[in-house]
Write a protein that binds this ligand. Structure first.
Ligand SMILES: [Zn+2]
Length: 279
């Protein structure tokens, strides 16, 4: 049975302008020590403008769009913290990622215990709960098995930037444990690997993206995979010419947490998904 959505304050208009305004309030990016760090991502009071109903819709759309973009397959999951609580929303383990509906999504506590909805929760809910426990600033988490990004966990070669937006993924941390992340202790360990970064990779396994909104999870997942794909393809042509540290400084102007790009990308993929029947 579908759980009753709870409205937390004023509904945020999910338009390009609305996203830009919200994101501008809560997100400033810095690149420190080779990985994208998040700072000043705001308070829960900001997020109280987003209702559980909106979050359920965003998780559904993000999941289907990530399947379409081959960032998720039959497995992997996107979650969102319910504003002002220690609970989060996550799709059930067995729901098709290609056909997920908002009313299927579970409410779980900060330790991953199902509170509302028909479970079970995904086997790797511990990834999400670990990040939410350790990072109060994180409001949305994505875990998938993107094939190109995951290649960088299989070689002794850190992620570099070859696409202009790719500097945000230079040297992202890699979690050494290649097994399923099933326990709270494993979730804590993933959160420690993530640290204050916005994403990390799991060896031989996949990715974890931590953000302040579901559309940011989508953008970061998309751009990390595109940068990885370009790197692999470029290697087949010749010597890599990665973005330099000096160029990173110049690129921050356009490609640090540039709020309009979050909404522009989201809306583009929404329209594309509608055209192919994924939304
Ligand atoms: Zn996984």
């Amino acid at each position: 049975m579908a759980s009753q959505p709870t409205i937390y304050g004023e509904e945020a208009a999910f338009t390009r302008r609305g996203v830009a305004e919200l994101s501008a309030l809560r997100c400033v990016d810095m690149v420190l020590d080779g990985c994208l760090m998040r700072g000043n991502m705001g308070t829960r009071s900001t997020m109280t403008q987003i209702s559980e109903t909106t979050l359920r819709t965003q998780i559904t759309e993000c999941t289907r769009m990530m399947v379409m973009a081959e960032l998720l397959d039959y497995s992997g999951h996107v979650s969102a913290r319910i504003p002002g609580t220690d609970r989060f929303l996550i799709p059930p383990r067995d729901a098709s990622r290609a056909g997920l509906t908002p009313d299927e999504i579970l409410v779980v506590d900060i330790n991953g215990k199902v509170l509302e909805g028909k479970g079970p929760a995904p086997t790797e809910t511990a990834i999400h709960s670990g990040v939410y426990r350790h990072r109060p600033d994180v409001l949305a988490v994505g875990h998938g098995h993107p094939p190109m990004s995951t290649l960088f966990t299989m070689v002794d070669r850190p992620m570099v930037a070859v696409r202009n937006y790719g500097f945000r993924f230079i040297g992202i941390p890699i979690h050494a444990d290649p097994t399923h992340i099933r326990t709270a202790a494993q979730g804590d360990a993933v959160a420690r690997t993530l640290g204050q970064c916005s994403c990390c990779l799991l060896r031989g396994h996949g990715s974890v993206v931590a953000a302040s909104s579901i559309p940011e999870v989508f953008l970061d997942s998309l751009e990390m995979e595109e940068n990885a794909r370009s790197t692999v393809h470029a290697c087949t042509l010749g010597k890599l010419l990665p973005i330099t540290p000096e160029e990173v400084e110049l690129l921050k102007v356009s490609f640090a947490r540039n709020t309009y790009r979050i909404a522009k990308t989201w809306e583009h993929y929404q329209e594309k998904a509608k055209l192919v029947g994924m939304l």
